[in-house]
Design a protein around this ligand. Structure first.
Ligand code: HAM
Length: 431
């Protein structure tokens, strides 16, 4: 074999395998999310991972980091430009418009799945990552802004995260108010041109609001003195924001108004928010979103108010792990290991396993397969992490019984008839 043929192929940088030891954590998180969406009356939508490139360019914005440098874009075999979705909002709007979900009706949708951005990988930042998102359509009042924020807060609460995250809020106002503010901001930055770094100079003409987001310490003082969007809001946006804050106050949700929070996607207006944590280092935003009333129209639909957010699953799992908040029982394993002690017991063991699975549908039972010496079979039983092994040997077959062996407690083994096994396991194993 040539050298190149023998070279092992590896996963793409920034794209992770989810190993069997890790997937129970994801399942734990995903089950909580699914249940929560159900309780809040949100319906799931699933859209393709690939869309026409123009969809993202037109919605996220031509001069954003995502569209300028991070998209996985390619020509397919027909020569059409396609892109692996970098986020879910644009796809959701496209699908909702295409299937008439926005016509004279309101929608509360949620989704989850992989997203793709060609960013520099580091802890909490990947090229394939996963989001859970919600998008609502047809509601223009601040009640729905509050509802989606309260939904996220409940998730944190139920995961034990609420005290470890901070809600940052801002209002970007209407498109017109923002345009007027933009002019003031550019005038201010022009006066301080010498302090701007190269990135900011570039953004001065394309996307000056994003300069406010800069973390460059050399610009901190100048940014502190910049005119604030909050002082230039239109009256309606101001009222909307005040009402949102009043609901959050009434619900006991703490927040910080961050006048420099502008978000990296262009479609937002009015409310924007981020949930951040200090426990993950630099990639501390675990959930982010806001209102995007103009997007449906921008993509060719009727004006439709919209609000949503997306959370990064990898970051949330990392946070749960860091804070040791994933309960032991969520971490997989099985309740019972059923072990034929030699090959003569195989058929009875298989039949018994199926009977137990019918009678105890929530029992997690692993059947020993693959033969082996008694010693190696017992080793596998031990490795399964099950608290109880059910043994079937010559004596047990003769007596139509089984032996229960306790693998984690110092406890005498038990001989139980096969007829009584269901009832015995029901009492023994919490499942
Ligand atoms: P976003 O701020 O680009 O917003 O992403 C939302 C969240 O996805 C981030 O706060 C972060 O937790 C996670 N995330 C983003 N990029 C990465 C990455 N490279 N690696 C790991 N996690 C990442 C949106 O995507 C909007 N569509 C949110 C939205 C929905 N707004 C309205 N509706």
């Amino acid at each position: 074999m040539s050298k190149s043929a023998a070279k092992k192929i590896q996963a793409i940088r920034g794209m992770n395998d989810l190993l069997p030891s890790e997937s129970p954590r994801w399942q734990f998180f995903e089950a909580k999310v699914r249940q929560l969406m159900h309780r809040y009356g949100f319906d799931e939508i699933r859209t393709p991972i690939v869309e026409q490139t123009a969809l993202f360019a037109r919605s996220i914005g031509e001069v954003t980091d995502i569209v300028e440098k991070e998209m996985y874009t390619f020509d397919d075999r027909n020569g059409d430009s396609l892109t692996l979705r970098p986020e879910g909002t644009a796809s959701c709007v496209r699908a909702a418009m295409e299937h008439g979900l926005l016509h004279n009706q309101t929608q509360r949708l949620w989704y989850q799945g992989p997203m793709f951005r060609h960013e520099r990988p580091q802890k909490g930042r990947y090229r394939q990552f996963h989001q859970v998102g919600v998008e609502t359509y047809g509601f223009d009042g601040p009640d729905i802004d509050a509802e989606v924020i309260l939904l996220s807060a409940r998730l944190w609460q139920e995961l034990g995260l609420l005290e470890h995250v901070t809600l940052e809020l801002n209002s970007l106002g209407s498109t017109e108010a923002r345009a007027a503010y933009r002019d003031k901001l550019v005038a201010y930055f022009d006066q301080h041109h010498d302090v701007l770094d190269d990135d900011s100079k570039r953004r001065l003409t394309s996307n000056p609001l994003r300069i406010l987001d800069s973390k460059n310490p050399a610009m901190a003082e100048m940014l502190n003195g910049a005119p604030q969007l909050m002082d230039h809001l239109d009256d309606e946006s101001r009222t909307h924001f005040e009402q949102l804050k009043a609901v959050l106050d009434a619900a006991g949700i703490n927040y910080v108004v961050n006048p420099r929070l502008v978000r990296g996607l262009d479609y937002y207006c009015r409310t924007v928010f981020e949930w951040t944590t200090t426990a993950l280092g630099s990639q501390g935003t675990v959930c982010a979103g806001g209102r995007y009333d103009g997007l449906v129209e921008q993509l060719g639909g009727k004006p439709t108010p919209a609000v949503g957010f997306a959370m990064g699953i990898e970051r949330l799992i990392l946070l749960l792990e860091t804070l040791d908040l994933i309960p032991e029982e969520a971490l997989g394993g099985c309740d019972v290991y059923l072990l034929p002690m030699d090959d003569n017991a195989t058929i009875v063991a298989l039949t018994l396993a199926e009977k137990l699975r019918s009678e105890l549908p929530t029992l997690r039972l692993q059947l020993h397969c693959g033969g082996g010496s008694f010693k190696s079979r017992m080793k596998k039983a031990d490795k399964s992490n099950a608290p109880v092994a059910v043994l079937l040997g010559e004596d047990e077959l003769a007596e139509q019984a089984v032996t229960l062996k306790f693998l984690r407690d110092d406890r005498e083994q038990l001989r139980v008839s096969q007829a009584e096994l269901t009832a015995t396991l029901q009492n023994l194993v919490p499942h």
